[in-house]
Design a protein around this ligand. Sequence first.
Ligand SMILES: Cc1cc2nc3c(=O)[nH]c(=O)nc-3n(C[C@H](O)[C@H](O)[C@H](O)COP(=O)(O)OP(=O)(O)OC[C@H]3O[C@@H](n4cnc5c(N)ncnc54)[C@H](O)[C@@H]3O)c2cc1C
Length: 300
Amino acid sequence: MESLNQQLELPIARIRRILSAEVVSVEDGYDVVIIGGGAAGLSAALVVGRARRSVAVIDAGEPRNAPAAHMQGFLSRDGMAPSAFLTQGRRELEGYGVEVFQDRVLSIEPGFTEHLASGGAVRARRILIASGVADALPDIPGVRERWGRDLLHCPYCHGWEVRDQTLGVLGTVPGSVDHAHLVRQWSDDVVFFAHTYRLSATERDGLAARGISVIDGEVARLIIEGDVLAGVEMADGRIVGRTAVFIRPANMPHDDGLFAGLGRAQVITSAGAGAVAAIAINADLVHEDIQHALRVRASA
Ligand SMILES: Cc1cc2nc3c(=O)[nH]c(=O)nc-3n(C[C@H](O)[C@H](O)[C@H](O)COP(=O)(O)OP(=O)(O)OC[C@H]3O[C@@H](n4cnc5c(N)ncnc54)[C@H](O)[C@@H]3O)c2cc1C
């Protein structure tokens, strides 16, 4: 009996996988290799897979929102676990012959050949880098443990869940003040921990006008009691009770240095960016296919 891929007449016959050695080998290469299998990469894969391109997704399996239990703000998927969202996405790709590999791209040669951490390499006519971004978190005790739980960054993702609670915003970068004004939309009780950020008089006025108190001095640690945030301890020993704290982390490429061009603030916008990029890639391949067909006809 024919496999689903054979029924779909997808060109996977030319793909050879040596699973025992955890090496991926492709004779002629894929039309598209997508680096990163988060919302952006899987969404792109769905589009080019459905366009009958041969597609591989190489995914290191560390999506940005992994620490969060729920994914909010994606119409029809609101509240879903991030892992369930990706599992469902991968399942949908199977029907279109898209291959997803758990691996990490270490380097890319022009042309394109991607070298993998497992030791193999894949070739592709086009690549899409959808590897997301890393969040640079301040080195404060408690921050890493509470990240994505009650130390939050995106009020559109988590603001509703902590509405009307005692909230804080940690000052680290100039955008932190804007962040405090934004977070104020979800609660009347917001304090701004100046921490390492030097507030201007104008910024202090703006915060005061909206009822956001400023706590000067550096933050020493987040206080955690019974696996929930109970407050913030200042370097001088003061304790400010808070149930959630927001920060605006700096976003940077991952350690591998791959440029993270597609990353967007939210899952739905990342998925949209992936779809847009995939349509552009397929159009580019069609153009190349036309040139190839013309050359073949001319030489016939
Ligand atoms: C704590 C937290 C909670 C969040 N909650 C929400 C929310 O509720 N709702 C919402 O809309 N948004 C939320 N976000 C934002 C959301 O996580 C991002 O918008 C989304 O993950 C971006 O998708 P992406 O596909 O661009 O990147 P990612 O989801 O980060 O996926 C990128 C993938 O590429 C892989 N990768 C990286 N480098 C390589 C490499 N060299 N080779 C192979 N693979 C590689 C990674 O391991 C990862 O699996 C949250 C973010 C954080 C930090």
